[in-house]
Ligand binder design. Structure first.
Ligand SMILES: Nc1ncnc2c1ncn2[C@@H]1O[C@H](COP(=O)(O)OP(=O)(O)OP(=O)(O)O)[C@@H](O)[C@H]1O
Length: 350
């Protein structure tokens, strides 16, 4: 993988074997940025920022580029201010993000902030579902994009108290069409996730802990009717109140809502279980292993969970793991075969 003017790296070049890489370094040296570059190359997406401009190196030429071999093809993306983003596969320009991603690879990102999937509001859980849906189903990705655009336009009109009712209704038409793709896929994903998450929770906790996922589509899954019923309220409150952007997933452990009742340890275990299950559903959906980007997780876990996580990660999959120290790594561990690098002030040494 190579990157130019990306975050703190003026030039980054790293050859990684099929097993993956273990990146060690103190805080603020560039470890997460390496994972972020891989994430961008594979999914054109950063878990840290929606704004490409933040990824261009401060003090650099203004733009950035990322390139690398993945899935038997050479992939490149280049971002420059005020220019269309360039996406290339094997030297050929791809016209859009969708075209670039259509034969791209799968990916799971794990980080300590994953605990917010349990603790925080529904937005993170929707993003978690969307990340799966967008990787296994291009129609889902397209529908989500259309839905978001129509929602934004509708909210704009509602906010200005606009009387352009016909226009609002045409955006609602697009939202209804897109929701008819989004919600059934979310439901399917939830069905595939539920047993996997429950199994990982018990495995990582080391005891029986019943973890249940309960998908709650906003409006009870009957979007057009819910929209009709919410019409006056939406006009009064000047914003969209129903639809897939309000769907949620309630997570219960032993019958109790995990955000309110689970212990810190149970929540951390559930976050790991959700990500492991994400990987399982992705590989079942596409018949190949995702790349695992694991940011600073191992050093923060207790021995039992760390060992359980190590064993639960699929053996054949490529893993990129960052850590500030290697005290936790047993030489006999399956992660021992990963290539090792030290990250120091925006440089990488083997
Ligand atoms: N666009 C940018 N240009 C230059 N430097 C940046 C840019 N964005 C972030 N940085 C800096 O890059 C450095 C490395 O950040 P990164 O998050 O990759 O570090 P890290 O090694 O993962 O740290 P930690 O262990 O604390 O998570 C930080 O000092 C950060 O402020």
């Amino acid at each position: 993988m190579r990157a130019v003017d990306f975050r703190c790296f003026s030039a980054l070049s790293v050859e990684v074997p099929a097993a993956g890489a273990l990146l060690t370094g103190q805080n603020a040296q560039g470890k997460t940025s390496v994972l972020e570059a891989v994430c961008l190359l594979v999914r054109l997406h950063s878990p840290r920022s929606h704004r490409m401009a933040t990824m261009a190196r401060v003090g650099g030429a203004g733009g950035f580029g990322v390139a690398g071999e993945a899935w038997n093809s050479e992939r490149r993306m280049k971002w420059e201010p005020r220019r269309p983003v360039s996406y290339q596969v094997d030297g050929e320009e791809r016209s859009s993000q969708n075209a670039y991603l259509s034969d791209g690879g799968l990916l799971v990102w794990m980080g300590n902030e994953d605990v917010d999937l349990i603790r925080a509001g529904g937005e993170g859980r929707r993003r978690y579902l969307d990340f799966i849906g967008s990787q296994i189903d291009m129609d889902y990705r397209r529908a989500l994009h259309r839905y978001r655009r129509a929602l934004k336009a509708k909210n704009f009109l509602l906010k200005e108290g606009s009387l352009r009712e016909a226009e609002i209704q045409s955006y609602e038409g697009v939202m209804i069409e897109s929701a008819a793709v989004i919600q059934p896929v979310r439901e399917r994903i939830m069905k595939a996730l539920s047993p996997a998450v429950a199994e990982y929770q018990t495995r990582i906790a080391g005891r029986d802990e019943l973890l249940e996922l309960d998908y709650q589509p906003a409006g009870g899954g009957h979007f057009p009717e819910a929209l009709e019923q919410a019409r006056d309220r939406e006009r009064r409150q000047r914003r969209s109140l129903v639809g897939p952007h309000r769907d949620d997933v309630v997570i219960r452990i032993n019958g109790l809502d995990a955000s309110d009742f689970a212990s810190e340890g149970q929540q951390r275990t559930a976050a790991l279980a959700l990500k492991l299950a994400q990987g399982q559903v992705l590989s079942a959906g596409r018949g190949e292993q995702p790349i695992w980007l694991i940011d600073d997780v191992f050093g923060e876990l207790d021995v039992m969970r760390r060992n359980a996580l190590m064993e639960a990660l699929p053996q054949g999959a490529q893993k990129w793991i960052t850590t500030t120290h290697l005290d936790w790594l047993d030489q006999a561990s399956p992660l021992g075969e990963l290539a090792r690098f030290t990250v120091r002030e925006g440089t990488l040494e083997s």
